[in-house]
Write a protein that binds this ligand. Structure first.
Ligand code: SF4
Length: 240
């Protein structure tokens, strides 16, 4: 990718659904490409395709939405090195910046003020083991570690990981039931039984179901649609 450009799948405005910022309005920049294949992935449309957009074009797109919180997601956004200057640019312009990442790549270069929501892939994720352990060095106190739970094996492993790595009190720990695969009620009971302050979170946006034309500004959509070259497995942008 040329300097100053990123491969983008979509830029849309919705409700943040997967962190302690859950429920707040947020502009999402979904970058293209991921090297993992989690079995619960809901972003396969970001694996291929996408369109090249300059930093200026991305900034122009997000300014169309009435919101000062921006989340960079994917795919795996850290696969594109040009994402780091974009984060710096957004911070300089006064945006609150969140980053969703798989936990499999180094977060060392991510500017510290960025709020990082870092996955720890569990045994039944389909992307295990992938956690990059040196990342503990670069997590800030406001960052969050997220475990998606598909099975009791995942739950047991995740609790052991939380204890062994002494995560409680250092970072927010989130356990999220894999949507329609694991019971939120069962997970809630199991978290209570641990006695640990683990935060249960559900993927809120999957309950809200905003339509794509409610979330994507027509002008942003036009840019993406006009440049899009579909790749294998790609589908229309706008699904969250
Ligand atoms: S890391 Fe995220 S985008 Fe990549 S396969 Fe897993 S869930 Fe999907």
């Amino acid at each position: 990718m040329r300097p100053g450009f990123l491969q983008v799948t979509e830029i849309f405005y919705s409700i943040q659904g997967e962190s302690t910022w859950m429920g707040l309005p947020c502009v999402f920049i979904r970058l293209t490409g991921c090297h993992l294949r989690c079995v619960y992935c809901d972003s396969e449309h970001a694996f291929y395709g996408g369109v090249p957009m300059s930093y200026d074009e991305i900034l122009e797109a997000i300014r169309r939405y009435p919101c000062r919180t921006v989340e960079i997601t994917g795919g795996e956004p850290l696969l594109q090195k040009n994402v780091i200057p974009l984060m710096e640019l957004l911070l300089r312009q006064g945006y609150r910046v969140l980053l969703e990442t798989s936990g499999a790549l180094s977060i060392e270069a991510v500017p510290p003020p960025v709020i990082k929501v870092v996955d720890v892939k569990c045994p039944d994720s389909g992307a295990f083991p992938s956690f990059y352990f040196p990342n503990f060095r670069w997590l800030a106190p406001w960052d969050q570690l997220k475990f998606v739970i598909r099975s009791w094996r995942d739950f047991t492993w995740a609790v052991e990981f939380v204890r062994a790595m002494d995560l409680i009190g250092r970072w927010e720990v989130l356990f999220s039931p894999s949507h329609e695969e694991f019971s939120a009620q069962a997970l809630a009971r199991a978290i209570l039984a641990t006695g640990l302050p683990i935060r249960l979170q559900v993927q809120l946006h999957k309950y809200v179901h905003l339509a794509e034309d409610e979330r994507m500004d027509p002008a942003v959509w036009d840019v993406i649609r006009s440049r899009r070259v579909p790749g294998p497995g790609s589908r229309a942008p706008g699904t969250q």
